[in-house]
Design a binder for this molecule. Structure first.
Ligand SMILES: [Zn+2]
Length: 66
C-alpha cells in the first residue's frame, strides 16, 4: 500500500481495501485472496446458500461467506 507523504499534492483517493477478502483453504492450507466476483453461490439446503471459490492450488472447493 502506498504511503502518501506530506507535500504531495493530489486528489484524495479511495482505496478499496474492503473489496478483497481472504480465506485459508481447508484442504491445502493455502492463504487465498479473492474478490466478490470469484465467489460462486451454491445451494446447500432447502433455503441455504453458501459462497464457494475454487482453490487455484489444489482445485478443491473452499466455502466462503457470500
Ligand atoms: Zn487448496
Amino acid at each position: 500500500m502506498p504511503i502518501f507523504k506530506k507535500g504531495v499534492m493530489g486528489m484524495v483517493k479511495v482505496i478499496r481495501y474492503g473489496n478483497k477478502r481472504r480465506v485459508t483453504c481447508g484442504s491445502c492450507d493455502s492463504f487465498l485472496e479473492y474478490e466478490k466476483e470469484d465467489v460462486k453461490t451454491v445451494q446447500t439446503g432447502m433455503n441455504e446458500w453458501e459462497g464457494e471459490i475454487i482453490c487455484p492450488n489444489c482445485r478443491e472447493k473452499v466455502r466462503v461467506k457470500g
